[in-house]
Design a protein around this ligand. Structure first.
Ligand code: DGJ
Length: 764
């Protein structure tokens, strides 16, 4: 809800308020971002600068206290007395314009004000406030848009050149705000196979920056970040969350002033940026997302998850169950033909998969990553019946068909490149910078966009394709406005291909999570989080992403161990348990499985399907957990599912208590650990003592038994009140040495459990 009274603007979100006002001088003074208040509280919320601070620079000497440098503001100019970082820079030729913006008027619309430049945008806004500012003598108009989504608000800016001269925009943030107080900045940073690592940096006098200049939102620094007040924890304290609906170079900064104001802003990265603003032209920023929770990080995540599921994901996929998929990449890489694929598909179907994804290598001369990218003609040696024939065979097995593309890139060794070398991005006078033997196509060019749209469309029309994996495996060499135009080109291509095909499930990917952002999520309901499928790594990657993105949009696959990315061996049960907290898939050579593993996978998929709604769309929280453990929970009206994951386990581990959250203190719940098994081989030398006859643990008998038989592990089934479960229940003991007890958890390092908790009268 948006209210306006006497120049005070109040955006009332569920659970919090955002207030600002136009001062007499026309500055936009930020009043409050936090717990719900009333618009009448504005005078109480306004800061009282008293006599102000020395050295004030102000347009009105008599009003020294109303210096723009020391007020909390919603926006600021440049070169006009506010010496903090400016959210904008506009130049007239080689002269920077000293801009200051003063309030002119406002408008309120029902719903959302549409973006004009092709940037994606959140859908289903309730109301939009547009505040117009003018730059005094300068012919510039700035409109700040605020849209209320009920639990988050979005902000963006549009700058219009009202002059007859061509100006250039070197920086224009989507939003800027000054908050009173001290904060810690949480960012999600990393690189290939190590995405979304959480880092906390105190915001002090020196500016801290979260930025990507790689051409894409990047795995280096996710655009989403948080600011937390002192003492905030997972379930308590003030936490602000911010994100940007954009997939290109982004920038955010936070810095605390001498007066204790933390200025924070976010938008397209200004690095080497310079966009031409023709007379009468406008520059429009991407939409930024702002949210607050007084209930800690989990509260903030809940608001962001609801927003992504309800307003970012394409309408046809909002709250629509994601299929369990099998992807052939880690199992086959480039080495496959139809026979091998169908054999895998048959097995995948038996295990319970619903969708078969044919990854890289199905077209042209694409038998390695060195050649063929760009030529989307089927490789008939591998697929003699074409995609249509292959899809038909899959349909016969009862599986849907999904297909991989990497349409933005080209191998120089390809027909496309030989025909159109100028379609790739080159830097005049410079050698090409190749990465994974590929160059990016120049999506700023209409002919290139048309080629991509036509070639992908032709393939999509040639077979019954229900899912597309849209990959992109390199960083860009484009900078500044050129990189921005590339991203606009990408959005155009995605819109033209997929808007007419809303039921195709698009999963975007960029060497894993190199483009995990709200811009891509406006087109692709899920994103492949990382090429790293080691569950211990995934706890960090999916755990990091969970602060801002819901589990429904995280592609999470079970792969073979030892893992190709870490050489770490982890239990199959844990690989499943971690992947359950996402859009589940399997990506391994099913033919190489021991029967005992095949049975386990079948049980995993059946379990996931039975609880799919809760796993994909339930309310997610990070649980308090003992040192060295990780706890995640999802909760729906029907049930609570709590996962506890261990790292290295010490010898003779001690006693722990596990806590879940969100239950009713007085109700009684039944708690069951998901049935798991232990492979005979996992029991090492100890099997000698379990077996009634003398056996050699390395001998053929036990090797055969290891493939065929599993032991029950860690069975738990009990009832307790919500109060006890939230205070902390004692789980079954961990393995403490030299014996087998089916009621203990015997997995050792990297073991985990999932508890299904349902009200006693209910059932799962
Ligand atoms: C990188 C992706 O992240 C992988 O999942 C796979 O699709 C390969 N590309 C294929 O080349």
């Amino acid at each position: 809800m948006i209210e306006v009274q006497n120049g005070v603007f109040h955006l009332r979100e569920s659970g919090w308020s955002y207030l600002f006002r136009a001062t007499e001088q026309g500055l936009l003074e930020h009043l409050h971002f936090g717990a719900p208040v009333s618009i009448q509280d504005a005078p109480a919320l306004a800061v009282k600068p008293g006599m102000g601070w020395g050295m004030a620079v102000t347009p009105n000497e008599a009003d020294g206290a109303l210096c723009p440098d020391t007020l909390p503001l919603e926006w600021s100019g440049a070169g006009r007395g506010d010496y903090r970082e400016s959210p904008m820079e506009v130049w007239d030729g080689d002269v920077p314009l000293p801009a200051e913006f003063r309030y002119a008027d406002y408008q309120i619309f029902e719903g959302t004000a549409r973006l004009q430049s092709g940037l994606p945008q959140a859908g289903g806004g309730l109301q939009t406030l547009a505040v117009t500012l003018r730059a005094g003598a300068l012919p510039l108009t700035l409109t700040l848009y605020y849209t209320d989504f009920g639990g988050v608000l979005t902000r963006r800016a549009v700058l219009k050149n009202e002059s007859r001269r061509t100006l250039t925009v070197r920086k224009l943030m989507s939003w800027c705000v000054d908050l009173v107080g001290e904060y810690g900045l949480t960012t999600f940073d990393g690189g290939w196979i190590g995405e979304a690592r959480r880092h906390v940096t105190p915001v002090e006098a020196a500016r801290v920056v979260n930025e990507s200049t790689a051409g894409f939102s990047s795995n280096r620094h996710n655009p989403g970040f948080l600011l937390a007040g002192k003492g905030a924890g997972e379930d308590c304290g003030d936490v602000y969350g911010f994100n940007l609906i954009y997939s290109g170079n982004h920038y955010a900064s936070a810095q605390r002033s001498f007066q204790g104001l933390t200025r924070v802003m976010q938008g397209v990265s200004p690095a080497l940026f310079c966009a031409v603003l023709a007379p009468g032209g406008t520059f429009e920023t991407p939409e930024g997302v702002l949210a607050y929770s007084g209930a800690g990080f989990n509260g903030l995540s809940a608001a962001m998850h609801r927003f992504v599921n309800g307003h970012i994901i394409p309408p046809a996929w909002r709250y629509r169950p994601r299929p369990v998929l099998f992807n052939d990449w880690e199992g086959c890489m480039f080495d496959f033909d139809q026979r091998r694929l169908l054999e895998l598909a048959g097995r995948a179907k038996k295990q319970g998969a619903e969708l078969f994804v044919l990854d890289d290598g199905w077209f042209g001369a694409r038998n390695s990553d060195r050649a063929g990218l760009g030529d989307y003609g089927v490789n008939e040696k591998k697929l003699p019946e074409g995609l249509g024939g292959f899809a038909g065979k899959l349909a016969g097995l009862g599986l849907n068909f999904g297909l991989w593309f990497e349409p933005e890139a080209v191998n120089p060794d390809s027909g496309l490149y030989r025909a159109h070398p100028d379609w790739a991005i080159h830097q005049p006078g410079r050698s090409d910078l190749l990465s994974r033997h590929e160059l990016l196509l120049d999506l700023r060019k209409e002919a290139v966009r048309d080629y991509i749209v036509d070639s992908v469309t032709e393939v999509l029309n040639s077979a019954d394709i229900r899912y597309v994996k849209w990959d992109m495996n390199r960083q860009s060499v484009l900078t500044g406005a050129a990189a921005h135009e590339y991203i606009l080109g990408l959005y155009d291509v995605l819109r033209r291909i997929f808007a007419p095909r809303p039921d195709i499930l698009l999963e975007s990917c960029s060497s894993g999570g190199n483009r995990f952002d709200l811009g891509m999520l406006c087109f692709s309901p899920q994103i492949w989080c990382s090429d790293n499928t080691d569950p211990m790594e995934r706890l960090q990657i999916q755990g990091g992403l969970s602060y801002l993105y819901p589990q429904s949009c995280m592609g999470a696959h079970v792969s073979a161990a030892p893992h190709a990315q870490t050489l770490r061996a982890t239990p199959l049960s844990t690989r499943g348990n971690v992947s359950f907290f996402g859009a589940l898939g399997y990506e391994l050579d099913l033919k190489a499985l021991r029967p005992v593993e095949a049975r386990e996978i079948k049980a995993q998929i059946a379990f996931y399907k039975a609880h799919r709604d809760t796993f994909q769309f339930g309310a997610f929280s990070r649980l308090p957990a003992p040192e060295g453990w990780t706890g995640w929970q999802v909760r729906s009206e029907r049930e609570t599912l709590a996962g506890f994951f261990r790292g290295l386990v010490p010898a003779a581990p001690g006693i722990v208590k596990l806590r879940v959250s969100g239950l009713d203190n007085n109700r009684r719940y039944r708690v069951r650990a998901r049935p798991q098994t232990l492979r005979v081989g996992d029991f090492g030398n100890l099997v000698k003592y379990l077996s009634p006859v003398r056996v050699n643990p390395d001998g053929p008998l036990l090797r055969a038994a290891d493939g065929l038989y599993a032991l029950p592990d860690g069975r738990e089934d009990f009832t307790a009140t919500g109060a006890a479960l939230m205070a902390g229940f004692a789980p079954a003991a961990l393995f403490t040495g030299t014996g087998y007890d089916k009621n203990s958890h015997n997995q050792g390092d990297f073991g985990s459990e999932i508890y299904v908790i349902s009200e006693e009268r209910g059932h799962d």
